[in-house]
Design a protein around this ligand. Structure first.
Ligand code: ADP
Ligand code: F6P
Length: 354
């Protein structure tokens, strides 16, 4: 089995609260096992450029509570090229890096797969506010982002109540409605619009009009960015025109990507960080660490990627070839389960929010 003397850790893609807690857990676990740790700054860009320094035990003190990432993050198109990755692999040799824990989303894991295949074993930790990695129940940063959304929406509700207004609030999530759906329930929104379910502007307007006639003063409508950035401002205008309720529009955007991670994200990041290093030192690689029904486990990056592609209806030609018939059946069941969980949430939202 490969002996690991020194590993690297990097954060890549969109940052997420809790990334620092994961870096800390990776660093402390490795050092406890007698393995040195190198900080790779700015994701794959830093790996290509050699922006790499030792990470000591005290370097990760007082970061478990901090948002952003002390390693910084980047999107690095050059890493998608074989030449770019050759420079990265040279730097791994130069800095004596035997394996890398990459913290990011699906794109980051695609890079990790290529790096593993080209000689540097990698393990992925899922960190994105979007919760759009189907193989794990939760991604690091999702819980914090949702808590930030409800805090901000609660404030909007105060001013909507004073002025008898409606506020349409667009939240991030890329193609996934998870943030929107959960925060709509938790903030008592009148309606929610997500890409996973059909939406009907007229019925939202009708609902608001009727509730206003019955004396309701404030209205919150949460829209996931996944339906298109032009949708939410147009909906705000339509609500105002059709219902007579003065309606404002707010795009929360990147503000929900910052801030101190919640307890749930700190714990998830710590568990995943420990597991990732142990998995790498066990000699396993090309895997993503997942949380499933409360347990931490490792799933192959390829399985995770194909599952995502199937769930999102974005399967490319040939992607199923590496999947066995048995795995395919398991994947179908997992997708059904995820879809029905989302539908159950949507149903709750529809039943209780008026
Ligand atoms: P995320 O990891 O949050 O999904 P991105 O999709 O932007 O974010 O991916 C982060 C980085 O991972 C990219 O900037 C690129 O350096 C690397 N990456 C993404 N896709 C690939 C790929 N197919 N091959 C190699 N590297 C990739
Ligand atoms: O994936 C995280 C995320 O914040 C998405 O919710 C959003 O669509 C995207 O990243 C924004 O990317 P950028 O930081 O490049 O504007």
């Amino acid at each position: 089995m490969k002996e690991f003397k020194r590993i690297g850790v990097l954060t890549s893609g969109g940052d997420a609260p809790g990334m620092n807690a994961a870096v800390r857990a990776v660093c402390r676990t490795a050092l406890t096992r007698g393995v040195e740790v190198m900080a790779i700054y700015r994701g794959y860009s830093g790996l290509i450029e050699g922006d790499i320094k030792p990470l000591e035990i005290r370097d990760v003190s007082n970061i478990i509570n901090k948002g952003g990432t002390i390693l910084y993050s980047d999107r690095c198109p050059e890493f998608k090229t074989k030449e770019g990755r050759a420079k990265a692999i040279d730097n791994c040799r130069r800095f004596g890096i035997d394996g890398i824990v990459v913290i990011g989303g699906d794109g980051t894991f695609q890079g990790a797969t290529k790096l593993t295949e080209e000689g540097v074993p990698c393990i992925g930790i899922p960190a994105t506010i979007d919760n759009d990695i189907t193989s794990t129940d939760n991604t690091i940063g999702f819980d914090t982002a949702m808590n930030t959304v409800i805090e901000l929406v609660d404030k909007l509700r105060d001013t909507c109540e004073s002025h008898a207004r409606c506020n349409v609030v667009e939240v991030m999530g890329r193609g996934a409605g998870d943030i929107a759906l959960n925060t709509a329930i938790a903030s008592g929104a009148t309606a929610v619009v997500v890409p996973e379910f059909p939406h009907d502007d007229n019925s939202i307007c009708k609902r608001i009009k009727k509730a206003r006639e019955l004396g309701k003063r404030n209205f919150i409508v949460i829209v996931s960015e996944g339906v298109g950035h032009e949708y939410a401002p147009a909906l705000a205008q339509k609500i105002q025109e059709e219902t007579g309720v003065e309606t404002k529009f707010a795009r929360l955007a990147h503000i929900v990507r910052g801030g101190n991670p919640t307890l749930a994200d700190r714990i998830l990041a710590s568990k995943m960080g420990v597991y990732a290093v142990e998995e790498l030192l066990r000699g396993n690689s090309n895997k993503v660490i997942c949380e499933r029904n409360g347990d931490i486990c490792a799933v192959s990056i390829n399985y995770s990627h194909v599952l995502d592609a199937m769930y999102k209806d974005k399967l490319k030609e040939g992607e199923l070839e590496s999947i066995t018939a048995e795995e395919l059946e398991i994947m179908k069941a997992e997708i059904e389960e995820k879809k029905s969980e989302l539908l159950a949430l949507y149903t709750v939202e529809n039943k209780i929010n008026l």
